[in-house]
Design a protein around this ligand. Structure first.
Ligand code: HEC
Ligand code: HEC
Ligand code: HEC
Ligand code: HEC
Length: 491
């Protein structure tokens, strides 16, 4: 069987590299100011076999991402650090310093069989993308990313009881490796793949034997990589004509036997589904359907791993809380160009979760668990304009409670503006208020307010540092009655 030399997990191609890790080096000194770093995992749980002597379903392969943000002030916006910012980000997992080698197999024997399974020679503790258990994240435009950390659930101190929720230590470094900010984020991994421990199969050899009649299936050539024949997007392995993709084969074949996801997914001990949706009473099937459905939806055209349930579905949270078009939650960005996971955590671990480790990061950032909702964490103060999804803890700041005689937009200040301008406006009747900025062709540039307001005088803020120079129209509508005013942006 031909070996495939690329691994795609979550749709990102990462060539298998066998180079030394690039040392942290800062060419530019980052700007002065207060930095924060926020990290997350892509899936909320990763699975890996522990014993690879018979078969490989999934190798040790974990992912962490991070945003580094220069905190804003009342006169500057927060800045998301990108490639030329002079910031580097390192990761380590305290208490978990090795995974294994061809001779050290007390955590897993993956390194003994990696050559046979994937056709590659791996150095001790180095995974399929060339990363180890400590290293420097690569800089992917405006976030930092480590793809393929070969991480196991066994800590150095306890080689018998797995710990699926270990914490990474992530450091954002400036010039001279000065620490700008640190955080801790869960790097979830479990080896609870329960074919045997569930009581369903008597042994892994029993599974292989029952498959022996399939042409080309050679038990003598074990360990067997199931994805060699069954296409698998998790491993970047292509589909083969006449052989169902792995997810389809596994779910369709077992759907008649069980509808318990934890028979295979981790699991009775790990309890990977632990988030706010779970404590709110939802079960896996509410999002994914039954075991049979997971399989039959692939037969009907669903692309496994790459087409999954979305928050923005009309029957769920609706369009104000939607992913970017055509993208999954884990790939989407929202407020401030930040990944959804920056504020919400990982899929299956949407904050707050019932596992205290998931909540550690946001408690450190804002003082309490749950969605990152304290504007000050990134802005340094509370902006008066709508933030994520239009949410603002201040409401829209009312400046007077006397009832104005008419709806109107007052003179904005400063005008012209280059960074931000205040737009005072008056509402004379209770109603649905929208305050929008349009260009001179009538295209909506942004919506500053969209909510029910009581009569009064208010101030909105419009941030224009990313807006091209020119004239714009500010449009106030109260129950469809319009008012207009011109605003000038100069640079
Ligand atoms: C040599 C290629 C090959 C390999 C390797 C392979 N399979 Fe299969 N598998 C097949 C083929 C072919 C079928 C039959 C498809 C059909 O009948 O439609 C199949 C069917 C299945 C089915 C469905 C059986 C049923 O009763 O419907 C499951 C489940 C399955 N394989 C699991 C696995 C697992 C787990 C592994 C790894 C241990 C694996 N396969 C490795 C080729 C392979
Ligand atoms: C018989 C074992 C088994 C059971 C039971 C099972 N799964 Fe899976 N599931 C797997 C395996 C193995 C994979 C990994 C497949 C791969 O590597 O592509 C997987 C992958 C998945 C995926 C990702 C691939 C895709 O199709 O998008 C989803 C989603 C999923 N399972 C949902 C569920 C849900 C929901 C349940 C319970 C209703 C469930 N599974 C029950 C074995 C199982
Ligand atoms: C800067 C932080 C931030 C980012 C980034 C962010 N959100 Fe939110 N999100 C919030 C806050 C704060 C709330 C609670 C305020 C509210 O309910 O409007 C929220 C609420 C939600 C809710 C719950 C709504 C409800 O009915 O309770 C969903 C769903 C959601 N966000 C999805 C997303 C998606 C999808 C993305 C990415 C496209 C995203 N969020 C990006 C901060 C963020
Ligand atoms: C996780 C960090 C983070 C949090 C929390 C956050 N913001 Fe932001 N916000 C940003 C970033 C980054 C930008 C983009 C700055 C830029 O475009 O230069 C931004 C931009 C803005 C803007 C400018 C217009 C826009 O939407 O791009 C406003 C207004 C704003 N935020 C309000 C809020 C409010 C209100 C809250 C609290 C409810 C909040 N933000 C919470 C990071 C954050």
């Amino acid at each position: 069987m031909k070996k495939i030399f690329t691994i795609i997990i979550i749709g990102i191609i990462a060539p298998i590299l066998f180079m030394a890790l690039i040392p942290a080096k800062n060419i530019f000194a980052p700007k002065d100011g207060t930095y924060i770093v926020i990290a997350w995992n892509d899936l909320g749980m990763h699975c890996a076999n522990q014993d690879f002597s018979n078969m490989c379903i999934l190798p040790p392969y974990n992912n962490q991402s991070a945003h580094v943000i220069l905190q804003g002030t009342p006169t500057t916006m927060p800045e998301v650090m990108g490639p030329s910012s002079g910031v580097t980000v390192t990761y380590e997992i305290p208490g978990n310093t090795y995974s294994g080698s061809t001779t050290n197999t007390d955590k897993t024997n993956f390194w003994v069989y990696a050559q046979h399974i994937f056709g590659v020679t791996l150095q001790p503790n180095i995974g399929l993308t060339g990363l180890g258990l400590t290293g420097t994240m690569s800089d992917s435009n405006n976030y930092f990313h480590a793809q393929g950390i070969p991480f196991t659930p066994l800590t150095d101190a306890n080689l018998t009881t797995p710990d699926p929720y270990q914490l990474t230590l992530i450091k954002a470094l400036g010039a001279g490796s000065v620490v700008l900010a640190t955080t801790q984020s869960v790097i979830p991994v479990s080896n609870e793949i329960n074919c045997v421990s569930s009581g369903c199969h008597s042994s892994e050899m029993d599974i292989l034997n029952s498959h022996a009649s399939v042409s080309g299936f050679d038990i003598a050539n074990k360990p067997i990589l199931c994805a060699n024949c069954h296409g698998d997007n998790a491993l970047g392995m292509p589909n083969h004509a006449g052989i169902p993709p792995f997810s389809q084969a596994i779910h369709q074949a077992h759907g008649g036997e069980t509808n318990d996801c934890y028979k295979c997914h981790p699991g009775p001990n790990t309890q990977c589904f632990r988030d706010i949706m779970h404590t709110g009473g939802m079960i896996c099937q509410d999002s994914h359907g039954s075991v049979s459905n997971v399989g039959s939806s692939i037969a009907a055209g669903r692309n496994p791993w790459l087409q999954e349930p979305s928050c923005g579905a009309t029957t769920c949270h609706g369009s104000n809380y939607a992913e970017e078009p055509g993208k999954l939650f884990r790939q989407s960005k929202g407020h401030g160009g930040l990944f959804c996971s920056t504020c919400h955590g990982s899929p299956h671990a949407i904050l707050p979760t019932s596992n205290e480790r998931d909540n550690v990061q946001n408690i450190a950032l804002q003082g309490f668990s749950g969605t990152l909702r304290k504007c000050e964490v990134c802005h340094g103060y509370i902006p008066a304009s709508p933030g994520p999804h239009g949410f603002n803890p201040l409401g829209i700041r009312p400046v007077s409670s006397t009832i104005p005689p008419q709806n109107e937009i007052l003179q904005n200040y400063p005008n012209p503006c280059s960074y931000m301008t205040h737009i005072p406006y008056r509402i004379s009747i209770q109603g649905q208020v929208s305050l929008k900025i349009l260009d001179l062709h009538g295209n909506v540039i942004t919506c500053l307010v969209n909510q029910q307001l009581k009569p009064g005088e208010y101030i909105a803020e419009w941030y224009v540092s990313r807006i091209p120079e020119g004239a714009y129209i500010c449009m106030l509508s109260v129950d469809e009655i319009l008012n207009l005013k011109k605003i000038f942006v100069v640079k």
